[in-house]
Design a protein around this ligand. Structure first.
Ligand code: EPU
Length: 384
């Protein structure tokens, strides 16, 4: 997302830390080009932070004390339903490097503002496989741990080493390892509390917080380090990948080929948010998990429901299949629409009410799925 296309109001500047340059504080700015759904809501104030010293300068400035702060990465997993009061920090920290090598691992680091897909491509250009299944995911490196991004059999936590962050309440910097990040399925310590807004209303059980307090809204991730195995270990178990493998005669693909397959599979199924009319946030719902008892009850009535058994004894249902079975695919509600090629994705042409309209469609889908299957779908992106 760029700064172009914004409709900025009064601008002021603030001493920044990058080469002593000044930071622009943009007032009453449209966030349309800062979120992939294209929600045309206003931020009261917005600053693009290009270095860590900028963040410390902002936190030390009395103007922003006690003002709510919203952190934006690529804006690809957020539904903005209203104007945003306070300060929006658009994270534009850049840089990536090989930190060190151990006998079995390469530790590779990227700054939070690096585009995720470009970072993955860069690791492969350097001959460092490990992230190829996560190719093509929109958003930034800094947003990736927040929802523990995952695709085609790999989750961020499988390749995670540690991350650095700044606590926006105290200005202190810290480093967190995997256990402290509390990763789960599309979940982390940086998101706990989403449940309060969505899961509780949906009657779901509170996720295991592993004793950790939520850092939701309080931590600005600055850098993420990944541990990439030196020995290439392709992950080929996901159904879509297995099909490609069969078509290719069963020969094990190298990392670049697997990267290409993932990009092709994604673009065949998922809409590119840059295409006009197809603003979206990827999967709008999580795939719901149920207990064995609930599973037996539901599958007895819907024997074809696509599901996966997880290691902890619970069963995950395919949300897309359930939405599809309710007849929602390609259906619209106002300008919001269920994507014709994948029922878990909601698309919108963008505009001031994009967030609210997509959310209204999502609520209608939740009601249908709940009525038919007795399962509550939880909304996956962050709703503001
Ligand atoms: N299906 C339907 N109808 C549809 C689409 C799919 O019945 O319109 C069925 C498929 O046949 C398949 C099942 O639903 O059996 C699941 O579909 P798919 O394999 O495409 O994956 P998903 O579970 O819907 C998840 C992630 C995606 C990730 C893919 C691939 C979540 C919420 N979504 O989708 O992540 O790319 O697996 O690993 O877990 C995202 O988080 O934004 C995202 C796109």
């Amino acid at each position: 997302m760029g700064i172009e296309g914004m409709h900025a109001g009064v601008e002021s500047t603030l001493a920044g830390g990058c080469d002593n340059s000044a930071m622009d504080v943009l007032r009453n700015v449209s966030l349309r080009s800062f979120n992939t759904l294209g929600a045309d809501v206003q931020a009261q104030a917005l600053v693009q932070v290009a270095c860590e010293a900028d963040i410390h300068a902002l936190l030390g400035d009395a103007t922003w004390r006690d003002v709510p702060i919203l952190i934006l990465g690529g804006g690809s997993n957020i539904v903005l339903t209203r104007d945003v009061p306070g300060l929006v920090l658009s994270v534009a920290l850049r840089g990536r490097r090989l930190v060190r090598e151990t006998e079995h691992l390469r530790i590779v680091e990227a700054a939070a503002g690096e585009p995720w897909h470009d970072f993955v491509a860069w690791t492969l250009d350097n001959g460092w496989p490990g992230l190829e299944n996560l190719a093509g995911i929109p958003g930034t490196v800094g947003a990736a741990p927040v929802q523990n991004i995952g695709a085609y059999g790999v989750e961020l936590q499988d390749r995670f080493d540690e991350l650095d962050y700044i606590d926006l309440r105290t200005g202190q910097t810290g480093t967190l390892g995997a256990a402290e990040c509390g990763f789960g399925y599309r979940q982390s310590i940086f998101r706990y509390g989403t449940w309060l807004a969505e899961g509780k209303r949906a009657g779901q059980e509170e996720p295991d917080k592993q004793g950790a307090a939520s850092l939701r809204g309080h931590a600005l991730i600055t850098r993420v380090r990944f541990a990439l195995p030196k020995v290439y270990q392709p992950v080929l178990g996901y159904a879509d990948i297995e099909q490609r493998l069969l078509a290719a005669g069963g020969a094990e693909p190298d990392a670049r080929t697997l990267f290409d397959w993932v990009c092709e599979i994604r673009s065949a199924k998922l809409p590119d948010p840059r295409e006009p009319g197809l603003g979206n946030v990827g999967s709008f719902f999580k795939n719901p998990t149920v207990s064995e008892e609930q599973f037996q009850h539901i599958i007895g009535r819907h024997p074809h429901l696509v599901h996966y058994r997880l290691g902890d004894g619970t069963i995950k249902f395919a949300a897309a299949w359930m939405i599809d079975a309710c007849g929602w695919k390609a259906q619209s509600m106002g300008p919001a629409r269920v994507y014709a090629r994948h029922a878990i994705v909601l698309v919108h042409p963008g505009g001031p009410a994009a967030g609210a309209e997509v959310l209204a469609l999502a609520r209608a889908i939740q009601a249908s799925v709940c009525e038919r299957f007795g399962v509550v779908l939880e909304i996956e992106p962050v709703v503001v």
